[in-house]
Write a protein that binds this ligand. Structure first.
Ligand code: ADP
Ligand code: MG
Ligand code: MG
Length: 325
């Protein structure tokens, strides 16, 4: 009975939020399925318009423009993401930092302006990346305390978008779907044959789509942060896009990818970036302290560390990787 032969897969892709998006859902009514996917992409478009720093009149850029000056009223969407980002900044002592904007701009990783900044340039902008300078007022007003501060929600917005799309898909009564927003994956329900979804974990040393292992999940999200996602090479050194707000340099602590498995994609997105920056010991400790959250941390030397609830659940697909107990 779980298997419905009339269900067919509808899939479509797009490029938004600076990444490739793919939505697949299973439905009996093809036209309706396509309409749902269209609605999902429109929702992501809205979220991008509000939160992207690459869109001149986004709400986030509006807040950035008024830094040190005035409170700015923003939508519930932006407010939700900002409050969540702030909470994770507090939880991780600033390892996750939504005020990372000045450093992201300075490094320009993934843009034409990417370069290794001078130490004095990094030190100069570091004084503007304290998340405690993000001030909230009333229900929906935000202000950055100091002129020069800048928000960047690149480490959390995709997770929010993934949750928003999941909500639409569930509300439409769709029982089986896979949402993939540039590596932020949500598996809705189970496969049409009633078995759990099998989600591949990216091999950080191989091209996108090559998996180092597989995990089975139902109604959960899998989000990975890695140093392979966006980077440039200079003098044999890799400079990637996840920045340690304490040093101002790309985070370098032995972690090369951090994957979070949990129910909410915004939490998973914030946590994948957090764990990447916190490193193996502190990152694992944080995840173990959280109910219903699991993680896979891969370090240099292809060592794989699993949180306690994942033991025995990751099937390694490449012998080069070693699970450390
Ligand atoms: P991806 O974008 O590959 O999914 P992440 O979710 O880890 O990876 O987000 C990385 C992005 O988050 C960067 O491109 C930048 O916009 C932002 N960012 C970089 N460092 C931090 C940090 N320490 N805290 C919060 N956001 C960060
Ligand atoms: Mg993230
Ligand atoms: Mg991410």
């Amino acid at each position: 009975p779980a298997c419905n032969p009339q269900k067919q897969m509808i899939t479509d892709s797009a490029y938004m939020l600076g990444t490739h998006l793919q939505l697949s859902l299973w439905t009996e009514d093809k036209a309706e399925g396509m309409a749902v996917i269209r609605e999902c992409f429109q929702r992501i478009y809205q979220i991008e318009q509000k939160m992207s720093v690459n869109i001149a009149n986004s709400e986030v850029n509006e807040i950035n423009r008024y830094a040190g000056k005035e409170y700015v009223a923003v939508s519930d969407d932006t407010m939700t993401v900002l409050r969540k980002g702030f909470a994770y900044a507090a939880l991780t002592d600033g390892a996750f930092n939504p005020a990372i904007g000045p450093l992201v701009k300075l490094w320009g990783i993934g843009t034409e302006k990417e370069r290794v900044p001078r130490l004095d340039e990094i030190q100069e902008v570091l004084k503007y990346v304290d998340y405690k300078g993000i001030k909230f007022q009333d229900e929906n007003k935000v202000k950055l305390d100091i002129d020069g501060m800048q928000l960047d929600l690149g480490g959390i917005a995709k997770g929010y978008a993934a949750d928003a799309v999941t909500k639409i898909i569930r509300e439409k009564g769709i029982k089986h779907a896979i949402i993939n927003l540039g590596g932020n994956v949500v598996a809705v329900g189970k496969k049409t044959d009633g078995t759990p979804w099998k989600i591949g974990i990216q091999d950080p040393f191989e091209p996108t789509g090559t998996h180092m292992g597989v995990i089975e999940i139902t109604d959960q999200t899998v989000v990975t942060s890695g140093n392979y996602e966006r980077y440039f090479m200079r003098d044999g050194k890799r400079y990637h896009h996840i920045i340690d707000p304490k040093t101002g340099y790309p985070s370098e602590n032995g972690v090369i990818s951090a994957t979070i498995i949990t129910d909410s994609s915004i939490d998973a997105d914030a946590l994948s970036t957090s764990v990447y920056v916190l490193g193996l010991e502190k990152g694992m400790k944080l995840i173990e302290s959280m109910e219903g959250v699991e993680c896979i941390i891969i370090t240099e030397g292809k060592k794989v560390y699993l949180s306690s609830g994942l033991k025995g659940r990751l099937k390694i697909a490449n012998d080069g990787f070693e699970i450390v107990d």
